[in-house]
Design a protein around this ligand. Structure first.
Ligand code: PBG
Length: 328
C-alpha cells in the first residue's frame, strides 16, 4: 500500500460530496432495458385480478395485453416472461402445448401489439398439471426423461405462436438439449433458450404459487430443484446447460443467492446472465412497506442494483414497471 492510500491523504468522502460526483463515480446503474416483466395470463374477458400476496401484480386476460404492451414500450422495458393459468388441469397438462392455449393466445396478442417486444415464455408443467409438479408423475415419482418430450412440445408450440425466446424452468436433467432439438427439428433454430439453470428449491416462491396457482399437491420440489446449500452444484448445472445449448443462463432466486450470481458471472464470463428477483423477495418488501417499516422505492432500487452489481445482466422482476418509472 502506498502512503497515498492512507488517511489523511486518502479521504474517500471527497467523491461523495454531492449528487453529481456520486453519479460520476457510480459503478452500477440500472436502466429499464435491464428488466424482464413477469406476467400471469388467465382465461376470460376484461379480467385484472390482483394477487393478494403480491400487491401490484395481476392475473389478467388476453384482451388486456395490448394496453400492457403499449405501457411497457413507453417505459422502455424490452421483455416479458409469460406464465399461464389453464382452463383445466390434468396429469399431463394438455393446455400447455395446445395451439390455442392461454399462453399461445397471449403470445399472439402481444406480438400483434408490438413486433419488437421480447416475448419470453416459462416452459414448465406445474401450472398445467393437476398434481402441480414440474414433471410427469408416476407412483409418486417425478419422471425425468418422459417429461423432456412434453417440454419440447411446449417450447415448439410457443415458438409457433410467435414467442421470441423460451425459458425452461422445470429443472429436469437434459431439458435444454431436448428443447433445442425439438425447436431445431420444428424449424425454429433461431429461437434462443434462456435456461433457468441454477434454480433452487426455495421458500421464496410461495407467493408465486398463489399467482400461478401451481403448488405441488404432494411433497415438494426438492428432488428436482437445487438444494439451497450448494454452490458448486450450481456451477455444474450451468455448465451442463451451456453445453446443451443455452443462450442465456439464469440464477434464481436472486437476493438470497447473490454469491451464486457472482460466481456464475466469474465462471461463465461470456454468457448473458439473468437473475430472477422472485415473488417472495417482492412480497416481503411490499409487506414491510405497507406497514411503514421500509421505503419501498428505496429498498426495491437498492435490491435491483445489488443484483446487477453481483453480476446479472438482466433481472426478471415484478417491480419492472415501477422501477422504470422511478428511474425516469
Ligand atoms: C415454474 C416456476 C416457478 C417460478 C418461476 N417458474 C415456481 C416454482 O418453481 O415453484 C417462481 C417465480 C417466483 O417465485 O416469482 N416452475
Amino acid at each position: 500500500m502506498s502512503s497515498f492510500s492512507q488517511f489523511p491523504l486518502a479521504r474517500l468522502r471527497r467523491l461523495r460530496q454531492n449528487g453529481g460526483l456520486r453519479r460520476l463515480v457510480r459503478q452500477t446503474t440500472l436502466t429499464p432495458a435491464d428488466f424482464i416483466y413477469p406476467m400471469f395470463i388467465r382465461h376470460g374477458q376484461n379480467v385484472r385480478q390482483e394477487v393478494s400476496s403480491m400487491p401490484g401484480v395481476y392475473q389478467q386476460s388476453v384482451d388486456t395485453l395490448p394496453a400492457e404492451a403499449a405501457e411497457l414500450r413507453s417505459l422502455g422495458i424490452p421483455a416479458v416472461m409469460l406464465f399461464g393459468l389453464p382452463a383445466e388441469k390434468d396429469p399431463v397438462g394438455r393446455e400447455n402445448f395446445a395451439p390455442d392455449g392461454i399462453v399461445q393466445q397471449a403470445i399472439r396478442a402481444l406480438r400483434q401489439a408490438d413486433p419488437d417486444l421480447v416475448i419470453m415464455t416459462d416452459v414448465c408443467l406445474c401450472e398445467y398439471t393437476d398434481h402441480g409438479h414440474c414433471g410427469l408423475v408416476e407412483d409418486g415419482q417425478i419422471l425425468n426423461d418422459p417429461t423432456l418430450e412434453i417440454l419440447g412440445q411446449v417450447a415448439v408450440s410457443h415458438a409457433r405462436a410467435g414467442a421470441t425466446m423460451v425459458g425452461p424452468s422445470a429443472m429436469m436433467d437434459g431439458q435444454v438439449a431436448a428443447i433445442r432439438r425439438a425447436l431445431d427439428e420444428a424449424g425454429f433454430p433461431q429461437i434462443p433458450i434462456m435456461a433457468y439453470s441454477a434454480k433452487f428449491a426455495s421458500g421464496f416462491y410461495g407467493p408465486f404459487r398463489e399467482a400461478a396457482d401451481s403448488p405441488p399437491q404432494f411433497g415438494d420440489r426438492s428432488t428436482y430443484q437445487m438444494d439451497p446449500a450448494n454452490n458448486r452444484e450450481a456451477m455444474r448445472e450451468i455448465a451442463l446447460d451451456v453445453a446443451e445449448g443455452a443462450d442465456i443462463i439464469m440464477v434464481k432466486p436472486a437476493l438470497p443467492y447473490l454469491d451464486i450470481i457472482r460466481q456464475a458471472r466469474d465462471t461463465f464470463p461470456d454468457l448473458p446472465l439473468a437473475a430472477y428477483n422472485v415473488s417472495g423477495e417482492y412480497s416481503m418488501l411490499k409487506a414491510a412497506a405497507r406497514l411503514g417499516w421500509l421505503d419501498e422505492k428505496r429498498v426495491a432500487l437498492e435490491s435491483l442494483t445489488a443484483i446487477k452489481r453481483a453480476g446479472a445482466d438482466m433481472i426478471l422482476t415484478y417491480w419492472a414497471k415501477d422501477a422504470a418509472r422511478w428511474l425516469d
